[in-house]
Design a protein around this ligand. Structure first.
Ligand SMILES: *[C@@H]1O[C@H](CO)[C@@H](O)[C@H](O)[C@H]1NC(C)=O
Ligand SMILES: *[C@@H]1O[C@H](CO)[C@@H](O)[C@H](O)[C@H]1NC(C)=O
Length: 275
């Protein structure tokens, strides 16, 4: 009669000993093994042996060229990625015991995937398109069609759309409007003509100046001469008389009356006058 309650107490003790806690109760950074919670190995270390009642989990640092980037129970560390130069790859960032090596592509190429396991040549933007974003080691060229007012006449991985030449601001006439593949063409003759015209016009102006100065000098000289001799009217008169005398001296004109009406008749008069 006394045994039963004792048995019950004993079973109770056993039950509580076998199930001290439910199995899901391991804390963060722990793992359950053989009904026991053991610490996980920290990043950069691999598991050597699970913990026991008396000892903690045994972990070991990854060797050179290896890594583990999480809290883990791995028996082996992972190898660092190899950036194969034969695939156009090169190291972007060396790995550590906790991080993997990252690769990128050599100049002129970009990764074909996020993992960057191979490289491809940068795409070219064909004529009519410009490079909106130049390719990097991890991304390809992004091209955009040239908007109105811009052009690209080359296939290039980095040339942007260039603005049309403004003939107007250069003071030239536009011969041909620009397209998305060609620049505007200005009349280069116009400028040439201007360049040729400038010295010619200057020359003409200079010549006109010289001539006018010369004429002025000549007029002045003759005026000076006139001042010394009889009056202007006097000169005219004597000149006229000379002319008349020449006529009167002509042997055929006398009396014939057949020489022109104007001078002839006058000469007759002047001939008769002295008599
Ligand atoms: C360039 O212009 C031509 C003619 O206007 C048009 O047909 C073509 O689509 C344009 N190209 C681009 C890349 O915008
Ligand atoms: C592109 O346009 C520029 C400027 O008009 C010119 O100098 C160059 O020769 C052109 N290139 C080609 C390939 O047509």
């Amino acid at each position: 009669m006394v045994r039963l309650p004792l048995q019950c107490v004993l079973w109770g003790c056993l039950l509580t000993a076998v199930y001290p806690e439910p199995p899901t109760a391991c804390k963060e950074k722990q793992y359950l093994i053989n009904g026991q919670c053991c610490s996980l190995c920290q990043p950069g270390q691999k598991l050597v042996s699970d913990c026991t009642e008396l000892t903690d989990t045994e972990c070991l640092r990854c060797s050179k060229g290896e890594f583990l980037d999480t809290w883990n129970t791995e028996r082996h560390c992972h190898q660092h990625k190899y950036c194969d130069p034969n695939l156009g790859l090169r190291v972007q960032r060396e790995g550590t015991s906790e991080t993997d090596t990252t690769c990128t592509c050599e100049e002129g190429r970009h990764c074909t995937s996020d993992a960057c396991e191979s490289c491809a040549l940068h795409s070219l933007c064909s004529p009519g398109f410009g490079a909106k974003q130049i390719a990097t080691g991890v991304s390809d060229t992004i091209c955009e069609p040239c908007p109105v007012g811009f052009f690209s006449n080359v296939s290039s991985a980095f040339e942007k759309c260039r603005p049309w030449t403004s003939c107007e601001t250069k003071g030239l006439i536009e011969l041909q409007a620009g397209t998305n593949k060609t620049d505007a063409i200005c009349d280069s003759q116009h400028r040439m003509r201007a360049l040729v015209m400038i010295p010619i016009v200057t020359g003409i102006l200079f010549a006109v100046l010289l001539v006018s100065v010369y004429i002025r000098k000549v007029v002045k000289k003759s005026e000076d001469k006139v001042r010394g001799s009889p009056s202007r009217e006097g000169v005219h008169q004597s000149h006229l008389e000379g002319l008349l005398n020449d006529r009167s001296l002509g042997p055929t004109s006398r009396g014939s009356g057949s020489v022109g009406l104007g001078w002839g008749s006058r000469s007759c008069i002047s001939n008769e006058f002295p008599r």
